[in-house]
Design a protein around this ligand. Structure first.
Ligand code: PMP
Length: 280
């Protein structure tokens, strides 16, 4: 209901964006989502660092750390201080006459708000996913609001009644439309290396830490679609997805992966993740 918009707090329907905002016209902007477990931020430094990275990469000059108090305020102003919630931050280039290049003196447009998030009981769910081509650009490490390819593929999976879609580039799994993919084969965990083909997931990083603590080997290597039949377990990670077991995968109406039970290593990682996020 209440949002921070360009320096002021207001009801969301009072915030007015120019038709010449480059976020609206070009998708010229970036965003970040930070989880708050019962009012307490998890991975705040990591999320601020990634926000800074995204802004630096597209040359928006703003200090991400300066937004920290506003994030905390968004939680309290929304009455979410003891709830599970998340804070959405979006920074667009700002308002300028429509040219492909951006002028140097544009003021960024800043939007921040908190929303309730259901972060409990993910360990009791499993997702069914569609496998499709990765249609995105070659800078997926920037958390850009230009999400047309993600929107297109996720809508396709949603219309089939599925929960997420996995993306393939040259026969290799990159990630989900809004999550990171992990495969487990012979007790070894595989996930795509960081770089321009994936978003450097914050949850990915915490899950890799957990694997280290549990003495589970992790190999940062893109997993081939052709090896899917050798997979024992698969799970997806993300800020609101957390650690979600994959139950089924489909392509063109064919079921190509079927694991009705959550695997034992996935369960171990999920339990450790709950301990970490809930400070148990
Ligand atoms: N990949 C993409 C494309 C995403 O949108 C997300 C969600 N932010 C992730 C991976 C997972 O990243 P994180 O764990 O930081 O939420």
């Amino acid at each position: 209901e209440i949002v921070y918009f360009n320096g002021e707090w207001m009801k969301y329907d009072q915030a007015k964006i120019s038709v010449f905002d480059r976020g609206f016209m070009f998708g010229d902007g970036i965003y970040e989502v930070t989880p708050f477990y019962e009012g307490k931020a998890f991975g705040l430094q990591e999320h601020l660092a990634r926000l800074q990275y995204s802004m630096d990469e597209i040359m928006i000059e703003l200090d991400a750390a300066s937004l920290k108090p506003i994030m905390v305020e968004a939680i309290s102003k929304s009455g979410l201080s003891s709830a599970d919630a998340a804070v959405y931050i979006q920074v667009s280039r700002g308002v300028a006459p429509r040219t492909h290049y951006f002028p140097e003196d544009v003021e960024p447009t800043i939007l921040i708000y908190a929303f309730p998030a259901s972060l409990k009981a993910f360990e009791n769910k499993q997702w069914s996913v569609l496998v499709s081509e990765d249609l995105r650009w070659h800078r997926c490490d920037i958390k850009s609001t230009s999400l047309l390819a993600n929107v297109k593929s996720n809508t396709q999976s949603h219309r089939l009644g599925l929960d997420e879609n996995l993306l393939l580039r040259n026969g290799l799994f990159t990630e989900g439309s809004h999550s990171t993919i992990f495969f487990i084969k012979n007790n070894v965990v595989y996930t795509h290396p960081e770089g321009p083909q994936i978003l450097s997931g914050i949850t990915r990083k915490f899950v890799m830490e957990i694997c280290k603590e549990l003495n589970i080997d992790v190999i940062e290597e893109a997993f081939p679609f052709s090896h899917l039949n050798t997979v024992d377990e698969a799970f997806l990670t993300g800020t609101t997805t957390q650690v979600m077991a994959v139950k089924e995968m489909f392509t063109d109406g064919n079921k190509i992966y079927d694991k009705p039970e959550i695997g034992s290593l996935t369960r171990k990682i999920q339990q450790a993740f709950i301990q970490k996020t809930r400070n148990l």
